[in-house]
Design a protein around this ligand. Sequence first.
Ligand code: ADP
Ligand code: MG
Length: 303
Amino acid sequence: MSMHFVSIEGLKKEFPVKGGSSLVVFDNINIGIEKGEFVCIIGHSGCGKSTIMNIIAGLDDPSDGVVIMDGREVSGPSLDRGVVFQNYSLLPWLTALQNVNFGVRARWPRWSSEQIEEHSCRYLQMVGLSRSIHRKPAELSGGMRQRVSIARAFATQPKLLLLDEPFGALDALTRGVIQEELIKIWSETQQTVFMITHDVDEAILLSDRILLMTNGPGAHVAESVKISLPRPRDRGTIIEHPGYYKIRNHLVHFLVTRSSQLAGGDNDVETLTVDPIHDKEFSNRRETPDPQPSATASLSNAG
Ligand code: ADP
Ligand code: MG
């Protein structure tokens, strides 16, 4: 039995390839996420991040392993898990408010229209869109559209939010503003968040923990890096913290050098826990006790 809020155990994904063999994208992925935690995952393109997220969302099946959330195995999509994709995925014929209402109504079907609108407006306000709620996606900038999809995901108050490179398509300035809105809304709502990003600074700003994936095929999570920088954090001052560049250098070094060195299915798939600020590194390897004859075994022997 797992004690984590979300427990990803022995996850494997393989795709058949021509000629009868198969491509193992990743293998033996083990991740535990605590309630209220903000976890980012970083790894080179193609290592399987989106596939992992889709499996957690229940939109794809693993070849092996399980995802357990809140004590139950994930076996399909659910309103308990909200997903924000890179391409916004708003309904183009609905206004910003109607897009958010749509999700809220699905979540609480017995609410009155007034209740739904009030709730949706509150979340649109949190992402700074109070004055644009009646505009359709085509009348909104890319940054505003992404804010609507974030408001929509948070408004349904899923137990777990899954964000797949949600700011990848935005310019740096807009991205910075929305990152801070995301921090604000996360700290207000106490959501559990699992986010994919390729932006090291974004990951440090937002995360409690950053998971580092090796390159595929046969990718695995090599490290879990603790981001023990104090909160609240903001973009302006976080870089002044003496530990910031220790973390940053550690992550960049991993991505540039170690992600490929550690790649390949033959490596030890143990995940190392690292705290670069405190120069700490400790292994997560579970102590496996010597095999002992179980009660059932001795009973059947006796019988
Ligand atoms: P990431 O998000 O880390 O960039 P993905 O999860 O999108 O990686 O993809 C991981 C790997 O799986 C890639 O090599 C990709 O080509 C492969 N892949 C994804 N979907 C399929 C599929 N339906 N059939 C075959 N290979 C796939
Ligand atoms: Mg991806």
